[in-house]
Design a protein around this ligand. Sequence first.
Ligand SMILES: Nc1nc2c(c(=O)[nH]1)N[C@H]1C(S)=C(S)[C@@H](COP(=O)(O)OP(=O)(O)OC[C@H]3O[C@@H](n4cnc5c(=O)[nH]c(N)nc54)[C@H](O)[C@@H]3O)O[C@H]1N2
Ligand SMILES: Nc1nc2c(c(=O)[nH]1)N[C@H]1C(S)=C(S)[C@@H](COP(=O)(O)OP(=O)(O)OC[C@H]3O[C@@H](n4cnc5c(=O)[nH]c(N)nc54)[C@H](O)[C@@H]3O)O[C@H]1N2
Ligand SMILES: [Mo]
Length: 716
Amino acid sequence: MEIRAQDYKVVPVACPHNCGGKCLLKAHIRNGVIERISTDEERGEAAVPPLRGCARGRAYRQRIYAPDRLQYPMLRDGRRGEGKFRRISWDEALDRVAEGMARIKMDYGCASIMNMSSSGSVFACLHNPSWVFRLLNMFGGQTQLVGNISNEAGNFAARYTYGTTQITNEMNGLENSKLIILWGWDPAVSIHSTSTTWHIMRSREKGIRIIAIDPRYTDSAAALSEQWVPIRPGTDAAMLAAMAYVILEEGLEDRVFLDRFVYGFQEYSDYVTGAADGAPKTPQWAELLTGVAAGTITEIAREYATSKPAALMSGMGPGRSPHGEQFFRAAAALSAMTGNVGILGGSAAIPGGAFNTARFFKGPKVPSNPTGISININGWAEAMLKGKEGGYPSDIKMVYCVAGNLLNQLGNINKGVEALSKLDFMVVHEQFMTPTARFADVLLPATTSFEREDVFHPWAGIGNYALYSQKVIEPMHECKNDLEILTLLAQRLGLEDFNDKTEPEWLDHILAGSGIEDVEEFKRSGLYRFKMSRPHVALQENIEHLEKTPLKTPTGKIELYSSRLAEQNNEELPPIPSYIPGWESDQSAEAGNYPLVLLTPQSKKRCHSIYDNIPLLQEIEPHTMWINPRDAAQRGIHDGDRTRVRSKVGKTHVTARVTERIMPGVVSIDEGRWYNPGQDGVDMAGSANALVQDGPSPGGAARLNNNRVEVEKVLA
Ligand SMILES: Nc1nc2c(c(=O)[nH]1)N[C@H]1C(S)=C(S)[C@@H](COP(=O)(O)OP(=O)(O)OC[C@H]3O[C@@H](n4cnc5c(=O)[nH]c(N)nc54)[C@H](O)[C@@H]3O)O[C@H]1N2
Ligand SMILES: Nc1nc2c(c(=O)[nH]1)N[C@H]1C(S)=C(S)[C@@H](COP(=O)(O)OP(=O)(O)OC[C@H]3O[C@@H](n4cnc5c(=O)[nH]c(N)nc54)[C@H](O)[C@@H]3O)O[C@H]1N2
Ligand SMILES: [Mo]
């Protein structure tokens, strides 16, 4: 039979996950089945870039129809974590959850409930995890996990330096730069808003120079940049201080900008020149730490200071490290010294938000947490194991988890396994049997965004648009929307006011507050672009009218010296940006036992742990560990060999990819691989967080990069 275009219904959808993009997808449906997914095919221009989906979005069909989708509610039927379950009905499942919660509340109080929901559907306006917070807070409260896994170091640095985290320019502004530095930033793979790479490609075509500073020769370095500068992980603040040294030495700083807008330049200069501590931060000083030749540091400093506007674009990866906040503070200092903050084509040099488009979309209210208890997310397992006796504010007995896989996604999986094993009760809403889901007592099957209706706003507010995602197919199997599950549970818990609207009513409510005039057209096309009079440049208002709109820092200026940090009197959080060598550095005692530094970047095959089970995406490239030929040779490792990697906290097995694309002394395993222990409890899947240490940086950041490891060949 001939199939014609008119046999298909084509409707707009979005993949909801916490990848850096939010793209326009189109589902082609015939007889109630999605047969194909296509995407935005517009050619685009700077002001209206295409919102083109990537391999993950296009492969979404395999995720919806996956044979391993969770199909019905299940009850644990074996040791916790073993992954053995038996099928139960929705009624039984919800009764058990309600009874379990009531029992936990009665016996231990609500502070014993930890909410481990995470980012699986976080950029959805309706079907997002705020409902779990609402339910638990109405029920009596929870122990909340706080700290932004992605960018706490950036948020920390931004708050102290600029008084806000809304510091990212609209990405089309890059086309107005004279120089773009991709500093620990690989937007071709680690997507930071859908069309960023598209703008950088256009910038390159316009002849704008692009430099990549990264221990890895990333796809962005290869495809977008002219110059790759490998740098020792964790030493960026030293290179930035040395660049400041050159700029000062040669009088290339922007005095007018510094005088008007910057506080604490003198203190930072004293650090840089060595007037404060007797150690001038010369390029030669930095070369020894960073591995970047002094001459290269000098050249890049000159080029950055004399190419205005210049965009120093730092990624979040270098921030998720033991002293990540210092990198961002130092990057911002350099941007301020050269007057690149608040101007088109410049950059505030710290990753953050651009538009707060979420504010247009009013979802449910989340009442405050009656227990008032929160702990840093990077210490969840430690808090669970140590409890009140160990100085934590609560003894955790129960976990509620919706759209999260934090066992797999935060440091020290072994500690996480130990902690979850001791729980009394755990409820998980999931689409798949993830490493976290395996620990559930009651496991509830959830729909994907293709099976429900929603509005999406762009990741981190970078992108001035909203997407409408239609319900494409009926829920698969016995899956339910998380919101429906929680509403049914709330009824059983007697929380009458939990949800007073149907889903269509909620969507009307959300859209009514959005400022979108033609809602029907929005639903039909799936895309609305907010109108702009000029490209958005963060902090531009403040810089143009500082008297009227001072920054929200104590001095109203950009603060290179922070008196609020000085008051904290913490050596690891100094008032000026400083290079601090930590336990991860080459100079540490740890370096002897674990000579290599591990990076764990984002994968082009996955959104965090999502899609790790999708065969089509596995075809993109095998999961490997990058290792430099020099390090491989020293260990008798050849390309394709199986290796065992160990750190202070764990081990994993992974296939080596011997490549010059990573500098000597550094290895790299993409994050998000599903942890899969063998008989002896050692991970066989190459899951990075089996090696990564838990606990926050001094500024509260996840330390997922720059952990020390050693690698050995596995003998057959
Ligand atoms: N494909 C894909 N894209 C994603 C995501 C995903 O899961 N998949 N996740 C999204 C989310 S939630 C986030 S928060 C962002 C994260 O975005 P990022 O944190 O920016 O991404 P990463 O790939 O972790 O790191 C970027 C680069 O930093 C480099 N790097 C690491 N440590 C150092 C260092 O000390 N110095 C220097 N100079 N470079 C270093 C790494 O080699 C890597 O190339 O990505 C978003 N985009
Ligand atoms: N080593 C290392 N680890 C990292 C990182 C790193 O760079 N290195 N990056 C970190 C970063 S930046 C982040 S943001 C975190 C992310 O950490 P998480 O948010 O825990 O990671 P995801 O893998 O996105 O897990 C989301 C889960 O939600 C499920 N899910 C998706 N949609 C829905 C839904 O609608 N309903 C329900 N019930 N479930 C759903 C998915 O199947 C998936 O298992 O990972 C962090 N982990
Ligand atoms: Mo993230």
